[in-house]
Design a protein around this ligand. Structure first.
Ligand SMILES: CC(C)(COP(=O)(O)OP(=O)(O)OC[C@H]1O[C@@H](n2cnc3c(N)ncnc32)[C@H](O)[C@@H]1OP(=O)(O)O)[C@@H](O)C(=O)NCCC(=O)NCCS
Length: 404
Protein backbone atom coordinates (compact mmCIF):
# COMPACT_ATOMS: atom_id res chain seq x y z
CA UNK A 1 0.00 0.00 0.00
CA UNK A 2 1.55 3.26 -1.16
CA UNK A 3 0.42 5.32 1.88
CA UNK A 4 2.55 3.14 4.19
CA UNK A 5 5.66 4.74 2.74
CA UNK A 6 4.61 8.39 2.86
CA UNK A 7 7.24 10.77 4.27
CA UNK A 8 10.97 10.33 4.45
CA UNK A 9 13.11 8.66 7.08
CA UNK A 10 16.74 9.59 7.50
CA UNK A 11 18.73 6.70 8.99
CA UNK A 12 22.00 7.51 10.80
CA UNK A 13 24.15 6.50 13.75
CA UNK A 14 22.87 8.15 16.96
CA UNK A 15 24.97 10.67 18.88
CA UNK A 16 25.17 10.22 22.67
CA UNK A 17 24.87 13.91 23.49
CA UNK A 18 21.87 14.42 21.20
CA UNK A 19 20.01 11.14 21.48
CA UNK A 20 20.81 9.17 24.65
CA UNK A 21 17.97 10.67 26.72
CA UNK A 22 15.33 10.14 24.01
CA UNK A 23 16.44 6.56 23.21
CA UNK A 24 16.46 5.73 26.93
CA UNK A 25 12.95 7.10 27.42
CA UNK A 26 11.51 5.24 24.37
CA UNK A 27 13.18 1.96 25.37
CA UNK A 28 11.77 2.37 28.91
CA UNK A 29 8.26 3.08 27.58
CA UNK A 30 8.28 0.32 24.97
CA UNK A 31 9.93 -2.56 26.84
CA UNK A 32 9.55 -1.79 30.54
CA UNK A 33 6.17 -0.08 30.38
CA UNK A 34 7.30 2.72 32.72
CA UNK A 35 9.63 5.68 32.82
CA UNK A 36 10.47 5.65 36.54
CA UNK A 37 13.83 7.18 37.46
CA UNK A 38 15.28 3.79 38.43
CA UNK A 39 14.28 2.28 35.06
CA UNK A 40 15.80 5.20 33.16
CA UNK A 41 18.99 4.92 35.22
CA UNK A 42 19.34 1.19 34.47
CA UNK A 43 18.85 1.69 30.72
CA UNK A 44 21.08 4.73 30.67
CA UNK A 45 23.77 2.66 32.33
CA UNK A 46 23.54 -0.10 29.68
CA UNK A 47 23.75 2.45 26.83
CA UNK A 48 26.45 4.69 28.27
CA UNK A 49 29.31 5.51 25.88
CA UNK A 50 32.34 3.29 26.45
CA UNK A 51 30.22 0.21 27.24
CA UNK A 52 29.10 -2.63 24.95
CA UNK A 53 26.39 -0.58 23.22
CA UNK A 54 28.04 0.57 20.01
CA UNK A 55 27.09 4.13 19.11
CA UNK A 56 28.86 3.80 15.76
CA UNK A 57 27.01 0.65 14.67
CA UNK A 58 23.56 1.40 16.14
CA UNK A 59 21.04 3.27 14.01
CA UNK A 60 18.13 5.63 14.47
CA UNK A 61 15.62 6.72 11.86
CA UNK A 62 14.64 10.37 12.05
CA UNK A 63 11.62 12.12 10.61
CA UNK A 64 11.80 15.32 8.57
CA UNK A 65 11.74 17.40 11.78
CA UNK A 66 14.66 15.44 13.29
CA UNK A 67 12.72 13.50 15.93
CA UNK A 68 13.56 9.81 16.49
CA UNK A 69 11.06 7.41 14.87
CA UNK A 70 13.05 4.16 14.93
CA UNK A 71 15.98 2.64 16.78
CA UNK A 72 18.09 -0.51 16.43
CA UNK A 73 20.84 -0.79 19.02
CA UNK A 74 23.99 -2.86 18.42
CA UNK A 75 25.68 -4.52 21.38
CA UNK A 76 29.24 -5.47 20.44
CA UNK A 77 30.36 -8.67 22.17
CA UNK A 78 32.17 -11.97 21.67
CA UNK A 79 30.14 -15.16 21.69
CA UNK A 80 31.74 -18.54 22.32
CA UNK A 81 31.36 -21.48 19.95
CA UNK A 82 32.97 -24.54 21.51
CA UNK A 83 36.12 -24.08 23.55
CA UNK A 84 38.22 -22.21 21.01
CA UNK A 85 36.09 -19.94 18.84
CA UNK A 86 34.90 -16.48 19.82
CA UNK A 87 32.72 -14.83 17.20
CA UNK A 88 32.43 -11.07 17.12
CA UNK A 89 28.71 -10.69 17.49
CA UNK A 90 26.36 -7.80 16.83
CA UNK A 91 23.60 -8.20 19.40
CA UNK A 92 20.58 -6.22 18.20
CA UNK A 93 18.73 -4.60 21.09
CA UNK A 94 16.10 -1.99 21.88
CA UNK A 95 14.45 -2.40 18.47
CA UNK A 96 11.45 -0.07 18.28
CA UNK A 97 9.40 2.18 16.05
CA UNK A 98 7.64 4.98 17.91
CA UNK A 99 3.97 4.02 18.01
CA UNK A 100 2.54 6.66 15.68
CA UNK A 101 5.11 5.79 12.98
CA UNK A 102 4.56 2.03 12.84
CA UNK A 103 3.58 0.02 9.77
CA UNK A 104 5.21 2.40 7.28
CA UNK A 105 8.16 0.17 6.45
CA UNK A 106 10.45 2.35 8.58
CA UNK A 107 11.80 -0.50 10.73
CA UNK A 108 12.54 -2.50 7.60
CA UNK A 109 14.49 0.47 6.27
CA UNK A 110 16.37 0.90 9.58
CA UNK A 111 17.14 -2.82 9.96
CA UNK A 112 18.43 -3.04 6.40
CA UNK A 113 20.76 -0.13 7.07
CA UNK A 114 22.06 -1.74 10.30
CA UNK A 115 22.58 -5.14 8.70
CA UNK A 116 24.36 -3.75 5.62
CA UNK A 117 26.89 -1.93 7.83
CA UNK A 118 27.74 -4.92 10.07
CA UNK A 119 30.10 -6.71 7.69
CA UNK A 120 32.32 -3.70 6.93
CA UNK A 121 32.36 -3.01 10.68
CA UNK A 122 34.01 -6.42 11.25
CA UNK A 123 31.21 -8.49 12.79
CA UNK A 124 30.98 -12.25 12.17
CA UNK A 125 27.38 -12.95 13.18
CA UNK A 126 24.36 -11.18 14.58
CA UNK A 127 22.11 -12.34 17.41
CA UNK A 128 18.91 -10.95 18.86
CA UNK A 129 16.04 -11.81 21.18
CA UNK A 130 13.04 -11.18 19.02
CA UNK A 131 9.27 -11.21 18.80
CA UNK A 132 7.77 -14.03 16.75
CA UNK A 133 7.62 -13.78 13.00
CA UNK A 134 9.23 -10.38 12.43
CA UNK A 135 12.88 -11.24 11.78
CA UNK A 136 12.70 -14.15 9.33
CA UNK A 137 12.65 -11.86 6.26
CA UNK A 138 15.93 -10.36 7.51
CA UNK A 139 17.58 -13.82 7.45
CA UNK A 140 17.42 -14.61 11.17
CA UNK A 141 16.87 -18.22 12.33
CA UNK A 142 16.25 -19.78 15.72
CA UNK A 143 19.60 -19.87 17.55
CA UNK A 144 18.56 -22.12 20.44
CA UNK A 145 15.60 -23.18 22.51
CA UNK A 146 15.25 -22.18 26.13
CA UNK A 147 15.63 -24.89 28.80
CA UNK A 148 14.49 -24.48 32.37
CA UNK A 149 13.90 -26.75 35.35
CA UNK A 150 11.14 -26.49 37.93
CA UNK A 151 11.99 -28.04 41.28
CA UNK A 152 10.11 -28.22 44.58
CA UNK A 153 11.83 -27.32 47.83
CA UNK A 154 11.18 -30.78 49.27
CA UNK A 155 13.22 -32.29 46.44
CA UNK A 156 16.36 -30.28 47.22
CA UNK A 157 18.97 -30.54 49.97
CA UNK A 158 19.12 -27.39 52.09
CA UNK A 159 22.08 -27.94 54.44
CA UNK A 160 25.24 -26.04 53.62
CA UNK A 161 28.45 -26.06 55.63
CA UNK A 162 29.82 -22.82 54.21
CA UNK A 163 28.88 -19.14 54.39
CA UNK A 164 27.07 -17.31 51.58
CA UNK A 165 28.29 -13.84 50.65
CA UNK A 166 25.80 -11.56 48.90
CA UNK A 167 26.50 -8.98 46.23
CA UNK A 168 24.01 -6.68 44.55
CA UNK A 169 25.59 -3.81 42.62
CA UNK A 170 29.00 -4.69 41.26
CA UNK A 171 30.05 -8.16 40.15
CA UNK A 172 33.16 -9.10 42.15
CA UNK A 173 36.18 -9.77 39.94
CA UNK A 174 36.42 -13.35 41.25
CA UNK A 175 32.80 -14.00 40.14
CA UNK A 176 33.65 -12.82 36.63
CA UNK A 177 36.74 -15.06 36.58
CA UNK A 178 34.75 -18.07 37.76
CA UNK A 179 32.11 -17.38 35.10
CA UNK A 180 34.87 -17.36 32.46
CA UNK A 181 36.07 -20.76 33.62
CA UNK A 182 32.57 -22.23 34.00
CA UNK A 183 31.44 -21.10 30.53
CA UNK A 184 34.71 -21.58 28.70
CA UNK A 185 33.30 -24.21 26.30
CA UNK A 186 29.64 -23.17 26.41
CA UNK A 187 28.42 -22.23 22.94
CA UNK A 188 26.17 -19.16 23.06
CA UNK A 189 27.76 -17.75 26.19
CA UNK A 190 29.19 -14.24 26.27
CA UNK A 191 32.84 -13.51 26.95
CA UNK A 192 32.29 -11.10 29.82
CA UNK A 193 35.01 -8.61 29.08
CA UNK A 194 35.02 -6.00 31.81
CA UNK A 195 32.08 -7.61 33.57
CA UNK A 196 28.49 -8.05 32.50
CA UNK A 197 27.06 -5.66 29.93
CA UNK A 198 23.74 -5.65 31.69
CA UNK A 199 24.03 -4.51 35.31
CA UNK A 200 22.60 -6.72 38.03
CA UNK A 201 19.15 -5.06 37.92
CA UNK A 202 16.80 -7.37 39.70
CA UNK A 203 19.47 -10.05 40.21
CA UNK A 204 21.06 -10.67 43.58
CA UNK A 205 24.31 -12.63 43.69
CA UNK A 206 25.35 -15.20 46.28
CA UNK A 207 28.84 -16.67 46.31
CA UNK A 208 30.61 -19.21 48.47
CA UNK A 209 34.20 -20.28 49.04
CA UNK A 210 36.14 -23.52 49.37
CA UNK A 211 38.39 -24.46 52.31
CA UNK A 212 41.27 -22.58 50.62
CA UNK A 213 39.25 -19.34 50.67
CA UNK A 214 38.96 -19.20 46.87
CA UNK A 215 35.53 -18.75 45.29
CA UNK A 216 33.85 -22.15 44.68
CA UNK A 217 30.52 -21.12 43.21
CA UNK A 218 27.78 -18.54 42.79
CA UNK A 219 24.09 -18.31 42.00
CA UNK A 220 22.12 -15.29 40.81
CA UNK A 221 18.57 -15.06 42.12
CA UNK A 222 15.42 -13.07 41.33
CA UNK A 223 12.11 -13.00 43.15
CA UNK A 224 9.59 -12.18 40.42
CA UNK A 225 6.57 -13.78 42.15
CA UNK A 226 5.92 -16.53 44.67
CA UNK A 227 8.75 -18.64 43.31
CA UNK A 228 12.53 -18.29 43.35
CA UNK A 229 14.21 -17.75 39.99
CA UNK A 230 17.84 -18.78 39.41
CA UNK A 231 19.22 -16.86 36.44
CA UNK A 232 22.84 -18.02 36.47
CA UNK A 233 25.09 -20.37 38.38
CA UNK A 234 28.58 -21.84 38.59
CA UNK A 235 30.06 -24.46 40.87
CA UNK A 236 29.81 -28.10 41.74
CA UNK A 237 26.18 -29.24 41.11
CA UNK A 238 25.53 -30.70 44.60
CA UNK A 239 26.71 -27.47 46.19
CA UNK A 240 24.64 -25.34 43.80
CA UNK A 241 21.53 -27.39 44.58
CA UNK A 242 22.13 -27.18 48.33
CA UNK A 243 22.56 -23.40 48.06
CA UNK A 244 19.33 -23.15 46.06
CA UNK A 245 17.51 -25.29 48.66
CA UNK A 246 18.96 -23.19 51.47
CA UNK A 247 17.88 -19.92 49.82
CA UNK A 248 14.36 -21.30 49.24
CA UNK A 249 14.08 -22.10 52.92
CA UNK A 250 15.40 -18.70 53.92
CA UNK A 251 13.16 -16.84 51.45
CA UNK A 252 10.15 -19.09 52.12
CA UNK A 253 9.74 -20.20 48.53
CA UNK A 254 8.50 -23.71 47.83
CA UNK A 255 9.23 -23.75 44.11
CA UNK A 256 12.29 -22.73 42.10
CA UNK A 257 12.80 -22.24 38.38
CA UNK A 258 16.33 -22.52 37.08
CA UNK A 259 16.06 -20.64 33.82
CA UNK A 260 18.08 -20.45 30.55
CA UNK A 261 20.23 -23.34 31.67
CA UNK A 262 22.66 -24.94 29.19
CA UNK A 263 20.92 -28.29 28.57
CA UNK A 264 24.13 -30.34 28.72
CA UNK A 265 25.74 -28.61 31.72
CA UNK A 266 26.62 -30.56 34.87
CA UNK A 267 23.75 -29.00 36.86
CA UNK A 268 21.16 -29.95 34.20
CA UNK A 269 22.48 -33.50 34.13
CA UNK A 270 22.35 -33.66 37.90
CA UNK A 271 18.77 -32.31 37.98
CA UNK A 272 17.70 -35.06 35.57
CA UNK A 273 18.86 -37.63 38.15
CA UNK A 274 16.44 -36.27 40.77
CA UNK A 275 12.84 -35.05 40.97
CA UNK A 276 12.44 -32.14 38.60
CA UNK A 277 10.37 -30.98 35.67
CA UNK A 278 12.32 -29.94 32.58
CA UNK A 279 10.57 -27.39 30.37
CA UNK A 280 11.81 -26.57 26.88
CA UNK A 281 10.44 -23.54 25.04
CA UNK A 282 10.73 -23.93 21.29
CA UNK A 283 9.92 -20.90 19.16
CA UNK A 284 9.75 -21.32 15.40
CA UNK A 285 11.10 -17.87 14.67
CA UNK A 286 11.29 -15.87 17.89
CA UNK A 287 13.39 -15.47 21.00
CA UNK A 288 17.13 -16.17 20.39
CA UNK A 289 17.74 -15.68 16.65
CA UNK A 290 20.97 -15.81 14.68
CA UNK A 291 22.14 -14.59 11.27
CA UNK A 292 25.49 -14.88 9.52
CA UNK A 293 27.11 -11.51 8.87
CA UNK A 294 30.40 -12.71 7.38
CA UNK A 295 30.52 -16.35 6.29
CA UNK A 296 34.24 -16.30 5.53
CA UNK A 297 35.39 -14.78 8.83
CA UNK A 298 33.01 -17.03 10.78
CA UNK A 299 34.37 -20.16 9.10
CA UNK A 300 37.92 -18.91 9.53
CA UNK A 301 37.39 -18.55 13.27
CA UNK A 302 35.70 -21.94 13.42
CA UNK A 303 38.71 -23.78 11.94
CA UNK A 304 40.08 -25.04 15.30
CA UNK A 305 36.62 -26.34 16.22
CA UNK A 306 36.08 -27.96 12.80
CA UNK A 307 39.53 -29.56 12.92
CA UNK A 308 38.81 -31.11 16.32
CA UNK A 309 35.35 -32.27 15.28
CA UNK A 310 36.71 -33.84 12.07
CA UNK A 311 39.39 -35.78 13.97
CA UNK A 312 36.70 -37.22 16.28
CA UNK A 313 34.28 -37.97 13.42
CA UNK A 314 33.65 -41.12 11.40
CA UNK A 315 35.66 -39.64 8.48
CA UNK A 316 38.83 -38.23 10.15
CA UNK A 317 40.98 -38.75 7.04
CA UNK A 318 38.59 -37.09 4.55
CA UNK A 319 40.34 -34.93 1.96
CA UNK A 320 38.96 -32.58 -0.65
CA UNK A 321 37.04 -29.34 -0.97
CA UNK A 322 33.69 -28.42 0.55
CA UNK A 323 31.89 -25.36 -0.77
CA UNK A 324 29.61 -23.51 1.64
CA UNK A 325 27.07 -21.30 -0.15
CA UNK A 326 25.66 -18.47 1.97
CA UNK A 327 23.08 -15.91 0.81
CA UNK A 328 25.67 -13.30 -0.08
CA UNK A 329 28.94 -15.21 -0.38
CA UNK A 330 30.41 -18.63 -1.08
CA UNK A 331 33.46 -20.03 0.63
CA UNK A 332 35.41 -23.22 -0.02
CA UNK A 333 37.01 -25.22 2.76
CA UNK A 334 40.10 -27.17 1.72
CA UNK A 335 40.71 -30.24 3.83
CA UNK A 336 44.02 -32.08 3.56
CA UNK A 337 46.03 -34.10 6.07
CA UNK A 338 43.62 -33.14 8.87
CA UNK A 339 44.25 -29.42 8.18
CA UNK A 340 41.56 -26.99 7.06
CA UNK A 341 42.01 -23.84 5.01
CA UNK A 342 39.63 -21.27 3.60
CA UNK A 343 39.90 -20.68 -0.13
CA UNK A 344 38.00 -18.87 -2.88
CA UNK A 345 34.76 -20.60 -3.81
CA UNK A 346 35.18 -23.10 -6.64
CA UNK A 347 32.22 -23.48 -8.96
CA UNK A 348 33.17 -27.10 -9.79
CA UNK A 349 33.21 -28.38 -6.19
CA UNK A 350 31.07 -31.54 -6.00
CA UNK A 351 30.55 -31.24 -2.24
CA UNK A 352 28.31 -28.35 -1.27
CA UNK A 353 26.31 -27.13 1.74
CA UNK A 354 23.68 -24.42 1.34
CA UNK A 355 20.37 -23.26 2.73
CA UNK A 356 18.81 -21.00 5.37
CA UNK A 357 19.93 -23.26 8.24
CA UNK A 358 23.64 -22.48 7.61
CA UNK A 359 23.78 -20.03 10.54
CA UNK A 360 22.26 -22.70 12.80
CA UNK A 361 24.65 -25.34 11.48
CA UNK A 362 27.67 -23.14 12.21
CA UNK A 363 26.76 -22.50 15.86
CA UNK A 364 25.42 -26.05 16.43
CA UNK A 365 21.76 -25.20 17.13
CA UNK A 366 20.85 -28.80 16.27
CA UNK A 367 22.14 -31.93 14.64
CA UNK A 368 22.83 -31.35 10.91
CA UNK A 369 20.57 -34.32 10.08
CA UNK A 370 17.61 -32.37 11.50
CA UNK A 371 18.21 -29.49 9.08
CA UNK A 372 18.66 -31.82 6.13
CA UNK A 373 15.45 -33.70 7.05
CA UNK A 374 13.43 -30.46 7.31
CA UNK A 375 14.90 -29.23 4.01
CA UNK A 376 16.58 -26.10 5.42
CA UNK A 377 20.06 -27.45 4.70
CA UNK A 378 20.80 -28.80 1.24
CA UNK A 379 23.81 -31.08 0.94
CA UNK A 380 25.28 -32.35 -2.31
CA UNK A 381 28.12 -34.78 -2.94
CA UNK A 382 29.45 -35.80 0.45
CA UNK A 383 28.09 -32.63 2.03
CA UNK A 384 25.84 -34.61 4.34
CA UNK A 385 28.71 -36.58 5.90
CA UNK A 386 30.85 -33.45 6.10
CA UNK A 387 28.10 -31.41 7.81
CA UNK A 388 27.86 -34.07 10.47
CA UNK A 389 31.66 -34.40 10.83
CA UNK A 390 32.52 -30.67 10.96
CA UNK A 391 29.50 -29.09 12.65
CA UNK A 392 28.24 -31.10 15.64
CA UNK A 393 25.21 -30.03 17.68
CA UNK A 394 26.54 -27.89 20.55
CA UNK A 395 23.60 -27.33 22.93
CA UNK A 396 23.96 -23.56 22.84
CA UNK A 397 22.57 -21.37 25.62
CA UNK A 398 23.04 -17.87 27.01
CA UNK A 399 22.57 -17.23 30.74
CA UNK A 400 19.69 -14.84 31.47
CA UNK A 401 21.85 -12.01 32.91
CA UNK A 402 23.51 -11.62 29.49
CA UNK A 403 20.26 -11.21 27.55
CA UNK A 404 20.05 -7.79 25.93
C1 LIG B 1 7.98 -4.53 15.75
C2 LIG B 1 8.16 -3.09 15.29
C3 LIG B 1 9.59 -2.68 15.54
C4 LIG B 1 7.85 -3.03 13.81
O1 LIG B 1 8.14 -1.72 13.35
P1 LIG B 1 7.44 -1.11 12.05
O2 LIG B 1 8.15 0.16 11.71
O3 LIG B 1 5.99 -1.03 12.27
O4 LIG B 1 7.75 -2.24 10.98
P2 LIG B 1 7.70 -2.05 9.40
O5 LIG B 1 6.58 -1.12 9.04
O6 LIG B 1 9.05 -1.68 8.89
O7 LIG B 1 7.32 -3.51 8.95
C5 LIG B 1 8.19 -4.35 8.25
C6 LIG B 1 7.47 -5.66 7.99
O8 LIG B 1 7.15 -6.34 9.22
C7 LIG B 1 5.75 -6.55 9.36
N1 LIG B 1 5.42 -6.30 10.76
C8 LIG B 1 5.28 -5.10 11.35
N2 LIG B 1 5.05 -5.25 12.68
C9 LIG B 1 5.04 -6.58 12.90
C10 LIG B 1 4.87 -7.38 14.09
N3 LIG B 1 4.62 -6.82 15.27
N4 LIG B 1 4.93 -8.73 13.95
C11 LIG B 1 5.18 -9.30 12.76
N5 LIG B 1 5.35 -8.59 11.62
C12 LIG B 1 5.29 -7.25 11.69
C13 LIG B 1 5.12 -5.55 8.43
O9 LIG B 1 3.86 -6.01 7.97
C14 LIG B 1 6.12 -5.46 7.31
O10 LIG B 1 6.00 -6.56 6.45
P3 LIG B 1 5.80 -6.36 4.86
O11 LIG B 1 6.98 -5.58 4.42
O12 LIG B 1 5.76 -7.75 4.33
O13 LIG B 1 4.52 -5.63 4.73
C15 LIG B 1 7.19 -2.13 16.03
O14 LIG B 1 5.89 -2.66 15.93
C16 LIG B 1 7.50 -1.92 17.50
O15 LIG B 1 8.28 -1.05 17.86
N6 LIG B 1 6.88 -2.73 18.37
C17 LIG B 1 7.05 -2.63 19.83
C18 LIG B 1 8.45 -3.04 20.26
C19 LIG B 1 8.86 -4.41 19.78
O16 LIG B 1 8.13 -5.37 19.92
N7 LIG B 1 10.07 -4.46 19.21
C20 LIG B 1 10.65 -5.70 18.78
C21 LIG B 1 11.41 -6.27 19.91
S1 LIG B 1 12.29 -7.73 19.48
Amino acid sequence: MADRYVGGLRVAAPEPTLHLAKITREVAKTFWGDTAESTLATINDAFKPGGSYSWADSRIGMTDNGSIATHVGVVDFKMRVGGQTRLRTAGLAGIFTVEEHRRRGWMRQTMNDVLTALQPAGFDISLLYGIDGFYEPFGFRRAWSDYSFWVKAIDLPSEIDFELEEFTDEHPEEVIELAHRAYTSQTGSVVREGGWFTSLNEDRGHLWRGADGAIAGYVFTRLPDEQLLITDHAGEPNQVLAVVGHLMQRLERDRVTITCIPPACALARSLRQGNAREVVHHRRNGDALVRIVNLRSTLQKLIPEMKGALSRSLIPGWEGALRVDGDMESVTLHIEGGQLQIAEARADSPHVLAGPALSQLLIGTDDSEEFIEEGTLVASGEGRELASALFPARNPAMPAPDHF
